[in-house]
Design a protein around this ligand. Structure first.
Ligand SMILES: Nc1ncnc2c1ncn2[C@@H]1O[C@H](COP(=O)(O)OP(=O)(O)OP(=O)(O)O)[C@@H](O)[C@H]1O
Ligand SMILES: [Mg+2]
Length: 247
């Protein structure tokens, strides 16, 4: 009985600690985009009489862009918090990975065409079924393909490759884009990591941290290979149909 009470007390303390950490992280993560948005709105208000129509439009557009970015971050932060909760579990089912990939490729095809980037599914024939959370795996693939589209210039290629590897299916999103500097590679799965080359850009979000956590929950991992100037390849494995060990 005494032992159980000590354990429960410990569990409550841990929950409290992670809640405090979450609040600290969220406040920190939201501060920059909030400050930028505030800056634009303040300028619009204080300098209202001095701004011409073109300037006003420019500030309003920038404020809108930052508020969209902020909503996107909040949505991702809550998604990650949910996935990081100790009780988070994938809801696994048996599905065919190539069918999911086909749907996702189709979803991004228009954007790829607009950017003049080719997007191709290269799935081995007779690929086995996998056992995983289809919604979470879709989320992972969407993030990887959307990243590939952000970092691959016109004329480039993106491949979604799937092949059998022993008891697993290997899934890879490979692009011919700008690639990732070696110094950034160990950090890109960290929340909000932004390589030096992008200090001024809006990039550096939570997509890869979410992808990593999703694979974690499946008892799997995700890794990246990249040479600057020669594109990037993100790879993960899902087990062939069979119940997964739950975490
Ligand atoms: N295919 C890629 N090619 C080059 N760099 C990449 C690629 N994928 C990710 N990165 C780098 O890793 C960083 C983190 O990616 P991540 O998906 O976590 O965030 P994001 O795409 O910037 O924002 P979000 O996914 O939250 O909308 C990117 O900002 C970029 O610097
Ligand atoms: Mg992303």
């Amino acid at each position: 009985m005494a032992q159980r009470m000590v354990e429960q007390l410990e569990a409550v303390k841990n929950m409290d600690q992670s809640r405090r950490e979450l609040i600290a992280n969220v406040s920190h993560d939201l501060r920059t985009p909030m400050a930028i948005l505030h800056g634009y709105l303040e300028t619009l208000t204080l300098k209202s009489n001095e701004l011409d129509d073109a300037e006003r439009d420019r500030y309003l557009t920038a404020a809108l862009r930052n508020s969209e970015r902020l909503s996107h971050l909040v949505a991702e932060l809550f998604e990650l918090a949910k996935l990081e909760a100790p009780e988070a579990r994938p809801v696994c089912e048996t599905f065919h990975p190539a069918e999911l990939a086909q749907d996702i490729v189709q979803k991004f095809q228009i954007k790829a065409d607009q950017q003049h980037v080719s997007l191709d599914l290269d799935a081995e024939k007779n690929l086995p079924f996998v056992y995983a959370d289809i919604g979470l795996i879709a989320r992972t693939l969407e993030n990887l393909i959307s990243n590939a589209l952000s970092f691959t210039p016109a004329g480039g290629h993106i491949y979604l490759k799937m092949m059998t590897e022993n008891d697993s299916v290997q899934i890879q999103v490979k692009d011919t884009g700008c690639g990732i500097p070696a110094a950034d590679l160990p950090h890109i799965f960290e929340r909000f990591y932004r390589g030096n080359r992008q200090q001024d850009s809006n990039h550096g979000g939570l997509g890869l941290a979410i992808a990593k956590r999703i694979l974690d929950l499946h008892g799997s991992t995700i890794h990246v290979d990249s040479t600057p100037g020669n594109g990037a390849a993100f790879t993960f494995f899902l087990p062939k149909t069979q119940p997964l060990s739950r975490r």
